[in-house]
Ligand binder design. Structure first.
Ligand SMILES: Cc1cc2nc3c(=O)[nH]c(=O)nc-3n(C[C@H](O)[C@H](O)[C@H](O)COP(=O)(O)OP(=O)(O)OC[C@H]3O[C@@H](n4cnc5c(N)ncnc54)[C@H](O)[C@@H]3O)c2cc1C
Length: 85
């Protein structure tokens, strides 16, 4: 049996990325549906994430107490992640 559901935005995946996309879309005042293969917040990589966070050296250098590298940039970090991925 099939069922037709009408929505403005369909988000596929119930991990952190999907949740954030759904929240962002909802804040634009559109109807959002989130579709996930596994139970929300109980599947995928998101529940396993530790406490690490990635930040570019330039942004880090602006945080008091952290050294960072003013020559780094968010674009360089993204390029590193994509290249390594
Ligand atoms: C052990 C571990 C530790 C980590 N530690 C950190 C950390 O300290 N700091 C950090 O920043 N990152 C960490 N990460 C990485 C981080 O957890 C992931 O990059 C992030 O959670 C990915 O989020 P996501 O929403 O893209 O994917 P996921 O959380 O994997 O979500 C994918 C979603 O898609 C759904 N799905 C899959 N296929 C389908 C389909 N066909 N149809 C519908 N839904 C589907 C799944 O059910 C799931 O809900 C860690 C990862 C692991 C495994």
């Amino acid at each position: 049996m099939s069922r037709v559901i009408d929505t403005d935005v369909l988000v596929v995946g119930g991990g952190g990325a999907g949740f954030r996309a759904a929240i962002g879309a909802r804040m634009k005042d559109v109807r959002v549906m989130l579709l996930s293969k596994g139970p929300l917040a109980r599947c995928g990589a998101t529940p396993m994430a530790g406490a690490d966070f990635t930040l570019d050296g330039n942004s880090m250098s602006k945080i008091p107490g952290l050294k960072g590298d003013p020559n780094d940039s968010p674009e360089k970090v993204l390029n590193d992640i994509v290249t390594q991925g």
